[in-house]
Design a protein. Structure first.
Lengths: 92, 264
């Protein structure tokens, strides 16, 4: 599967990693839903780190849509919540 | 639903909107390509804006460092003259400038990081736009309505995701640059008003004024001595032409004062 980290680009990640990434994603989602600032940052960092470790960057001229898109590393909780609720936030 | 899926769905919805807009799928290609070129221009402008902002912060940092050096020089000078109070004052102001400088250094690093990220993003977008242009031409050349739809959809979704990503980055950089410009403007104003000790030898530099007046005081004592000597020696002439003596004495004194000021 292809995963995009906003601000960094796309990575090809083996489908076998899905379960592991989904678990990290679920922790992030919990933190966002609860508005838990303290849990949010480590959860985001853990997920992004894992994707970076497992993934291989896609060539620059590849035009494939990603299967999953992740917030950028320095996004704060409000931004992520905003991103999930407000379509207007993403230009294009 | 998970964060990963929700964000990508929002992106995909955007791409689909772009696809639905046109009757003929080939128009979608041209429309999308136009948008891509606009976005490229926007990203490059974003990089330039961040660079300008970074340079401005750099100039301010240099200026603050110069002021710090000057204050240190003044502290030494004051100590040399036995004025510990003045030296303390100068060192105190030097320390006060440090927090401002640290703040600017952080801003500088942040802008530098943004500039690098945006530059990379703009290169990546450019590579994708070029790939899109080639695909667009191929699709148009071999166009059969049935197969084109899906190929166009793929190409457009792929690039519109990149555009959304880059667009967010540019937007963020622009917001941040605007903020920093405002802060930089505030610092410029503080410097201009003297609140940040813009010590370019201006009259508002009171430490320098005091150091100068100390030295000036010594000079005046010396001049008084010299004048006394001249008057003593030239007493006879002074009685003969009273108007000439004060005139002649005033001239060298006036000529020496600016020199004392230059040395300060």
């Amino acid at each position: 599967m292809i995963v995009r980290i906003l601000g960094e680009g796309q990575l090809q990640v083996d489908d076998a990693a899905s379960d592991e990434l989904n678990a990290l994603d679920a922790a992030l989602e919990r933190a966002v839903n609860e508005g838990n600032e303290q849990a949010f940052r480590p959860a985001l960092v853990a997920l992004l780190d894992r994707v970076r470790t497992l993934g291989t960057p896609l060539a620059e001229d590849v035009l494939e849509p990603s299967d999953s898109i992740l917030p950028r590393a320095d996004a704060d909780l409000d931004e992520v919540r905003h991103m999930l609720t407000d379509e207007g936030y993403i230009p294009g | 639903m998970s964060v990963m899926k929700r964000v990508s769905m929002i992106f995909r919805a955007k791409a689909n909107k772009a696809l639905d807009r046109m009757e003929d799928p080939r128009e979608t290609l041209d429309y999308s390509y136009q948008r891509q070129l606009e976005m490229l221009t926007q990203v490059r402008r974003g990089v330039a804006d961040v660079a300008t902002s970074r340079k401005r912060v750099e100039l301010q940092m240099n200026s603050l460092r110069q002021n710090q050096n000057r204050l240190e020089g003044q502290a030494k000078q004051a100590l040399g003259a036995g004025r510990e109070d003045l030296a303390r004052e100068a060192l105190g102001r030097r320390a006060a400038l440090q927090s401002q400088l640290t703040d600017l250094e952080n801003q500088y690093q942040s802008l530098q990081a943004d500039e690098e990220k945006l530059t990379v993003a703009s290169q990546r977008l450019q590579a994708k736009v070029e790939a899109f242009r080639m695909q667009k031409e191929t699709i148009k050349a071999t166009y059969t309505a049935a197969e084109a739809q899906s190929r166009i959809g793929e190409a457009v979704s792929g690039i519109s995701e990149e555009m959304g990503d880059v667009g967010m980055a540019v937007q963020r950089a622009q917001d941040k640059t605007a903020q920093m410009q405002a802060r930089a403007g505030a610092i410029d104003e503080l410097m201009a008003s003297g609140a940040l000790e813009d010590m370019s030898g201006t009259p508002r530099d009171d430490i320098q004024a005091e150091l100068d007046s100390m030295r000036g005081g010594q000079n005046i004592d010396l001049e008084l001595e010299r004048l006394r000597g001249e008057i003593g020696a030239g007493n006879a002439q002074a009685i003969e032409g009273g108007a000439q003596a004060p005139d002649g004495a005033a001239r060298p004194a006036a000529a020496e004062r600016p020199q004392a000021g230059d040395g300060a």
